[in-house]
Ligand binder design. Structure first.
Ligand code: PMP
Length: 312
């Protein structure tokens, strides 16, 4: 089978994936004039259920990204949720999956601009495991690239063109033998990883860069600020972070839909803390993986079941 997935949401309906094709003249293919979302669905084998994590939050951010690109897509958040559930029911996955909604300027037109162009929305989903292989002990480097700036391409929107920046960062790190990179913004402060937010823990306090430091306003970031505070009693301070604060941290982790929670044990050959997963990150990961599989009643509202309505 050429694709592990068989369907796509394309031009307003679910079609076989092979029918979801675009022209080589598509505007966004040339100019990066699209935006996307990335969600995970987690398989719970005891309940034989697939749960999508924080679907509404992802689609609200998706709509905001479209607005930054002067798009006016004809769907509401509720409709997008409905299409996604429909798509996943067609696929029938009984394993963890990744969901990729994408809105893009679809006109077959030459000319760099955002106005007077048609838009399309597509969604597909694939079975998905780890994004960073060394999730329990990643080695990172500070990238020689800088993060795109809000006044260049706003990182607050998941704009396809700005992911050339992420790709440069990721491949640079990979070619140098690291699992991931930490990126500084134009002010020299820590922003995030190539496609994930970052937290550090020092002396029992968590820190993460603020939303005005050229980060994506991550849904996992928001989740962890809440879980750290409410479940682990650890406050998170959102403030600009220096590079050396990362090097001297007791614990460092990346978080995001793709990486989930990836523990950073080394940065540029500096050992982080004891050089292995620390207690705060360890507890947070355990909590998180229970929550996303729908195993925590308190946070069950973050998990949207795909296959049937929950009773009660
Ligand atoms: N930063 C960037 C640049 C990303 O691409 C992602 C992944 N969407 C994140 C952070 C994490 O965001 P989220 O937790 O919403 O997946």
């Amino acid at each position: 089978m050429p694709f592990p997935n068989r369907y796509a949401f394309f031009k307003g309906r679910i079609v076989p994936i092979k029918e979801a094709q675009v022209s080589i003249m598509t505007h966004s293919l040339h100019y990066g004039t699209g935006c996307f979302a990335g969600l995970r669905a987690y398989w719970n084998k005891e309940e034989e259920q697939l749960f999508i994590f924080r679907i509404k939050d992802h689609f609200c951010r998706f709509i905001n990204s479209t607005r930054l690109l002067y798009m006016n897509i004809p769907y509401t958040v509720e409709q997008l949720i409905g299409f996604t559930l429909d798509l996943l029911r067609h696929e029938g996955f009984r394993q963890d999956a990744y969901i990729r909604p994408l809105a893009f300027k679809s006109s077959p037109v030459i000319g760099v601009r955002l106005h007077d162009l048609e838009e399309e929305v597509v969604i597909f989903s694939i079975p998905f495991g780890r994004y960073v292989q060394n999730e329990e002990g990643a080695r990172a480097t500070f990238s020689s690239w800088r993060r795109v700036d809000d006044n260049v391409i706003p990182p607050r929107g998941k704009i396809t063109g700005s992911y050339a920046n992420s790709a440069l960062i990721k491949t640079d790190a990979y070619l140098k033998g690291f699992d991931e990179a930490i990126v500084l913004n134009q002010n020299g402060h820590v922003s995030e990883g190539s496609a994930e937010n970052i937290f550090i823990v020092r002396d029992g306090v968590a820190y993460t860069p603020p939303v005005y430091d050229n980060i994506l306003e991550g849904i996992n970031r928001r989740t962890h600020i809440q879980l750290l505070r409410d479940e682990l009693g650890v406050e998170t301070v959102e403030r600009p972070l220096d590079r050396t604060e990362v090097l001297l941290a007791d614990e460092v982790f990346f978080c995001g839909t793709g990486v989930q929670i990836a523990v950073v044990i080394e940065v540029d050959h500096y050992s982080i803390g004891a050089g292995r997963m620390g207690p705060v990150t360890g507890q947070l990961r355990q909590l998180f993986f229970d929550i996303v599989r729908g195993k925590s009643p308190k946070y069950r509202h973050w998990c949207t079941p795909v296959y049937r309505l929950e009773s009660g």
